[in-house]
Design a protein around this ligand. Structure first.
Ligand code: SF4
Length: 407
């Protein structure tokens, strides 16, 4: 059945936690303290399937189980296939290993000159500043280190990382991630941003965070002041399904946006969650309405125990084909595979170009119609200049050969 949604509705409210004072509910520390982290806590509110129960018991060896009350409210407790539920409640599939999968599928550890800092591309680094998240995504690429369930013993070495960046003038772009960097205290973030801003060769600072989605209460006015003080700091949030686009997330994005934080979004293509044209289109539209530019759709990384989430790449291409030209260009993200082993992000596009010769490019548009764009340049004979003959004519009568802005 095609996915449909009430486009005017934005989920909001305290759901199962009506009895809690609003001051607690809106306090991000309260949300963290009251996370659901065990089978017993989940079963106070829902009936787990045997598969989920098996997954929860295994989770302590792979990636911790934790869900904020805010995000738990979005789960359909009567539907084991609920797209929110599948993202955060473990399933037995996590214990199934495949030959193609590895713990460090992007080869980050090999490119780590100091603990927590990945320097793979010449001009930019990934700075992992914590191994903790507000909730844990069951398909997490960094599940080897995030939450320390696998005894990786990650320790964020902020000072070492900062010194490495200071000593490498080629680094102009720093992506702060983890774990979730917005779990650091305001004081630590203020210090971290301040230190990075003081490095002359660092031009661009960005954050990857799922906090606005799991814990929008963390986007406090005080935090926004820190972004204002050190901005511009760009942020990629991470949403996978339109159900995540609540009134609270929308308000958090608004606060960030008003603090001068340009927002993008990353989505992971996940089986049974968003491998569907209508779901993706609805998500992209919601993002735009929340001031967030869809940036990437990722083919899922080949992480150990993640096969049950894996989607055929042809489905991803079909989704992009269904978006491009069929909706606002801003709503079309780039679909990429992060090359296994650390080859970087590679765009995966539908094939629009049919051939390129010395004289033309032949391609099809979003409706499948064929067009040719000439690569030749054939000057017209003198006296037959056509449109050029209007040169020098009053401005109002000059035809616009190429509009400045297009749809
Ligand atoms: S929020 Fe990011 S780092 Fe944390 S579990 Fe989810 S995908 Fe992994």
């Amino acid at each position: 059945m095609p996915y449909t949604e009430d486009r005017s509705a934005w989920y909001e409210g305290q759901g199962l936690w009506q009895h809690v004072p609003a001051s607690d509910w809106n306090d991000w520390v309260w949300q963290l303290k009251n996370r659901l982290t065990s089978v017993a806590q989940l079963e106070e509110h829902m009936t787990l399937t045997p598969d989920e129960k098996a997954g929860c018991l295994f989770a302590s060896h792979k990636l911790a189980l934790a869900i904020t009350p805010y995000f738990f409210n979005l789960i359909d407790r009567n539907d084991p296939q609920c797209p929110i539920r599948q993202q955060v409640i473990p399933r037995g599939g996590e214990a199934i290993l495949s030959d193609e999968e590895t713990l460090d599928s992007l080869g980050e550890d090999e490119h780590s000159p100091v603990p927590g800092l990945v320097h793979r591309y010449p001009d930019r680094v990934l700075f992992l500043v914590t191994d903790r998240c507000a909730a844990y995504c069951r398909y997490c690429t960094r599940s080897r280190l995030v939450s320390n369930a696998q005894d990786y013993n990650f320790h964020a070495e902020l000072e070492q990382g900062l010194r490495y960046i200071e000593n490498h003038p080629e680094v102009r772009d720093v992506l702060i991630s983890g774990g979730d960097p917005l779990l650091l205290s305001d004081k630590k973030l203020d210090h971290l941003f301040g230190r990075l801003r003081a490095i002359k060769h660092v031009e661009f600072i960005r954050i990857g965070s799922r906090i606005p989605v799991f814990l929008p209460q963390r986007i406090t006015p005080e935090l926004c002041e820190i972004f204002k003080k050190h901005g511009p700091i760009w942020m990629s949030i991470h949403t996978n399904h339109p159900k995540e686009a609540t009134a609270e997330l929308r308000a958090a994005c608004e606060r960030l946006s008003f603090a001068g934080v340009p927002l993008g979004n990353q989505t992971v293509l996940l089986k049974g969650i968003n491998d569907d044209v209508d779901v993706m289109k609805a998500l992209m539209h919601r993002l735009l309405r929340m001031r967030v530019r869809p940036y990437y759709i990722y083919q899922m990384d080949l992480i150990t125990g993640g096969a049950h989430f894996k989607v055929d790449v042809r489905k991803g291409i079909e989704i992009i084909r269904a978006l491009r030209g069929h909706t606002t260009g801003y709503a079309v993200p780039q679909y990429v595979i992060d090359a296994p082993g650390g080859g970087g992000k590679v765009p995966i596009n539908p094939d629009y170009v049919e051939k390129i010769t010395d004289t033309e490019v032949v391609f099809r548009n979003y409706e499948g119609q064929q067009f040719s764009y000439p690569l030749t340049h054939t000057p017209r004979p003198a006296g037959n200049e056509g449109e050029l003959s209007v040169v020098g004519a009053p401005e109002s009568s000059a035809p616009l050969a190429q509009p400045m802005f297009k749809d």
